[in-house]
Structures are given as C-alpha cells and as structure tokens.
Write a protein that binds this ligand. Structure first.
Ligand code: NAD
Length: 282
C-alpha cells in the first residue's frame, strides 16, 4: 500500500492564485477589517500573516489594534460602526480576547453577512441545518476542500473527529454530516477513545497535543487529517499525529506544517471574497 501525503500548501496556493485573478478584475476591492485586542504574541503573528496574505491577492486589509483595557461596550460600538460601514465587507475579531470581554457577545455583534470566520450563531445554525450560511469556518472548509481535491470518499464513510471546539470540531461535524459522512465527535471526556478511532475511515485530530495519535489508534488504510499546531520540546512545530509511526498504516495523511494550516488562510481569503460578492449582489 502506498501512502499519499496531502499537499495543503499546493492547494492553498492554487486557491489563492484563483482569488487573486478574481480580485484583480474588481474595480472596488474587497475589504477585511481585523480587530486585535492586547499584545498576545501569537495573535499578533497570526494577524500580521492574515494581513500579508490579503495584500498579496489585492484584498484591502485594515488592522484595528486596541489596548487590552478596552471595555466590552467600546468594542461593541466599534463592531456596530464596522457593520454599518459599506466599505467593509468582512470583520474578524482575533481570539483570545482579554478575560473582561465576553467573546460570545462579540461574535454575536458581528453582522452575519460580514462574519468572515463563520462563527456567528446564524451561520453556525444554518450550517447545522444544512442550509446555506454566508460563511463556513475556515479550517473545516479547508479540510473539506483537501478531501475533495484528493477524491477521498466521504459519502457513507465513518469520520472520527477528535476535538469539539467551536472553530474546528463542531463546524466540521456539521459540514461532514452534510456531505453524508457518518460522524463521531470525540473529546476529553470520551471513554475508550482508541476503540472508536480504530473504526475510523477518516480520522481528524484537533486536540493540540504533540504525538497524541500513533499507529495504535488507527486501522490500516485510514486517511489522517492532522489539524494540530503544537510545539515539541525542541520548539519545532508539530501536529497531533506521530507522522513517522503512523505513515505506513495510512492511505492519506496531512503533514504539519504544510497541511491544513495553509488551507485555513486560503479559506479566509475565499470567505472575504464570497462575502463581498454576496453584499454586492443585494
Ligand atoms: P481547543 O483547545 O479549543 O480544543 C481541543 C479539543 O481537544 C477539545 O474539544 C478537547 O475536548 C479535546 N481534547 C483534549 N484532550 C483530549 C484527550 N485526551 N482526548 C480526546 N480529546 C481531547 O483547541 P482548538 O482551537 O480546536 O485547536 C486544536 C488544535 O488545532 C490546536 O493545536 C490548534 O493550534 C490547532 N488549530 C489549527 C488550525 C489550522 O489551521 N491548522 C486551526 C485551528 C486550530
């Protein structure tokens, strides 16, 4: 049996190039506004990266950076202004927020039609009901694109997702169910995890722990999607999966880096363009 390494970087670049071609033809460019609160190092890196990629494809990107002492009411007012600003097509609030701000209230304040992350309850609800949301969370959409790009059969297959976060596990569950998978979602309270993962045709890990999944967790021929982005003891970026240990047992596997990560950013650009299109059709 041969194992195919899923090239997320290749497909992300392909999508990004397609977006660039479309944006080049637009007289008025789409605009994404990113709200960053406080000085969390990782968040700043993510935000800079998002801005850089937007500029590369011609999407206008503005970062509104606020002191960590900004209060919730002030932040809600800013979101209200952005919702009303016709030049702004997409709004992203970088998480995590300082403890005195309720992230649910902030997510709910964003207009669903400008919700580029697909986190608003309106969009999450539409996805769960297999209706058409304005946007779908970026990491799950990126994973679906990769499965489709490699013609990996989803219909009727048992997909086991480890992790039930609002940004990965839950929207992914809905998206794959809508694509006719039989979906099992596991989490930190799941009993007999290994027995469940051993029945997976596709195993998707979004736990956040290096080397959490090894060959004992899977059956032969499994497709592995590794969402984790972690640092090992040598500060090297790793996924959740022990790649070398599991490799020979898989039919497909995403590497970390260059697997799911680049697709997430490509989907952010795609969502921005989609929201622009929706707003300009009204
Ligand atoms: P999270 O901390 O919100 O969720 C982790 C999930 O793992 C939880 O649902 C928890 O129940 C589950 N879990 C923890 N320990 C477990 C155990 N022992 N057994 C079974 N389940 C367990 O994290 P998140 O935001 O969903 O992110 C998960 C990982 O994915 C992180 O490494 C994060 O950096 C990465 N991530 C990557 C991308 C990407 O684009 N590649 C995007 C988002 C998140």
């Amino acid at each position: 049996m041969t194992t195919t390494i899923i090239d997320g970087l290749y497909y992300a670049n392909k999508i990004i190039n397609e977006i660039k071609t479309k944006v080049d033809k637009l007289k008025i460019k789409p605009k994404l506004v990113v709200i960053l609160v406080g000085n969390d190092n990782a968040s700043q890196i993510y935000v800079n990266n998002k801005q850089k990629r937007c500029l590369e494809v011609g999407i206008m990107s503005e970062v509104l950076h606020f002191d960590e002492n900004i209060n919730q009411t002030e932040l809600l007012d800013i979101i209200k202004q952005l919702n009303e600003d016709t030049e702004v097509n997409a709004i992203l609030v970088q998480m995590p927020l300082p403890k005195h701000i309720n992230p649910d209230k902030i997510v709910e304040a964003i207009s669903p039609v400008k919700d580029v992350d697909g986190f608003h309850p309106y969009n999450v609800g539409k996805l769960a009901l297999n209706m058409t949301p304005y946007s779908i969370a970026c990491t799950p959409s990126g994973i679906l694109k990769l499965l489709n790009a490699y013609n990996i059969k989803i219909n009727g297959k048992h997909v086991v997702i480890i992790g039930r976060s609002n940004i990965v596990g839950r929207p992914l569950m809905s998206l794959l169910l809508n694509n006719n998978a039989t979906v099992t979602v596991c989490h930190s309270k799941t009993e007999n995890l290994k027995e469940i993962t051993n029945t997976a045709d596709i195993l998707i890990s979004a736990v956040g722990k290096s080397n959490f999944i090894n060959s004992a967790f899977v059956k032969h021929n499994v497709c592995i999607i590794d969402v984790g982005i972690n640092r090992d003891k040598n500060n090297k970026i790793t996924g959740d999966v022990d790649f070398n240990d599991i490799f020979d047992k898989c039919s497909f596997i995403t590497p970390v880096p260059k697997g799911v990560g680049p697709m997430t950013i490509a989907m952010l650009l795609q969502n921005t363009l989609n929201l622009y299109d929706i707003q300009n059709k009204k």
